[in-house]
Design a protein around this ligand. Sequence first.
Ligand code: SF4
Length: 315
Amino acid sequence: MTQAKPIIGVSACVIGHKVRFDSGHKRSAFVDDQLRQLVEFKPLCPEVNVGMTTPRPTIRLREVAGSIRLMDDKNHIDHTDAMNRYSDEVLPTLSELSGYVVCAKSPTCGMERVKILQEDCKGAQYKGRGVFTSALMRRYPLLPVEEDGRLNDLPIRENFVLRVLIYHQAKALLQKPSQRALLHFHQKHKLLLLAHNEPIYRQLGPLVATEFEGSDSDKALQYVTQMMAALAKPATRRGHTNVLQHIQGYFKKDLEPSEKQHLQDTILAYHSGQLPLMAPMTVVKHILSKYPKPYISDQSYLEPTPVQLALRCNL
Ligand code: SF4
């Protein structure tokens, strides 16, 4: 059975809705054109949804009496309580989401390094998070969240799409947890985990295989929590090399000496930065077509994101 497309939340201005304070938008071509092919969007503009007009006065994060407030300084309006009430109302309705793209630098939607004006008006610190996005990330700690600007960084882009797709599958596992389903899930994603975080990969094998004090549901949640932590950062060149060498080991009895040498040289050239990841991956896929290994072919690692987005071409 084909799974439905993942649904992801998005700051409405990032897909071209003219909802910003200046009646403009902040359309991201990647999100609106490419990511749209893979997911369904749930666009939200929290500022418009709490009743702010478009256009509207600029609002900012400001430290007031030790707490961070969402302020319209020009009109002396504090929007914090309204935004918190809105978050409390809307967040419980977003449990279907498998990811969220937020608009960078916004005092409402920004994820990191949002400007906070200091209490004494003597300056600003760039260490805040938008009021809505803070509440979103507290409510859904496993949800992949990324900023539009950071998605211009190609490894971060690949990693975000990967996390959305894996989390989408993990949510299906969490809805119908069983030992069999968890084992199947783990088998499929083993090499992906190894590429991203070897220590967590080594913990998750025993977690899946051994008796667990608790329900299947508790076990699946513990597994998914650790898995999302493992995938939180892009895999490094070292991590990919480790997996490629691991895969190479599966073919040691099959390969001709020249094939073995070619695979080894391509992996080492990738490791030293002379070739992109696609080079050894292409050799591995060619070898797999000649010497089938179902365990390797079934690994999500071989094609974790759809080829039409070409996300691995720049790694
Ligand atoms: S950043 Fe968020 S609140 Fe601001 S316009 Fe975009 S969607 Fe609306």
